[in-house]
Design a protein around this ligand. Sequence first.
Ligand code: CU
Length: 114
Amino acid sequence: MARRRAFAQVAGLALAVLAGCGENDAASSGPVQTTEVAMAKSYRFDPTTIEVDAGATVTWRNDDNFTHTVQVDGQEDHRVGRGETVSIRFAEPGTYHYVCTLHSNDMDGEVIVR
Ligand SMILES: [Cu+2]
């Protein structure tokens, strides 16, 4: 009986999976771990991107000379006058974009909920 030699050809597919390590070029402006955002002078949220734990309540404080708002995408708009605050609780993990609807070209930010 002829014995057939099967040359198991090992396809050495070295799958160099270079998983994108998610390196952020703008490292200096990366998420800040805080639950407090200031509406600083003038027309900006500071810090722009924050990171919080699920269930945290984020408070925005208006330190500017103008009335602003905080509207998380898909949610109601909150008017925040000078010296006032608004607090919003984030129960579910995700990335939440928000704007000041009065100055949406200049004022927007992100809440990353872990
Ligand atoms: Cu505004």
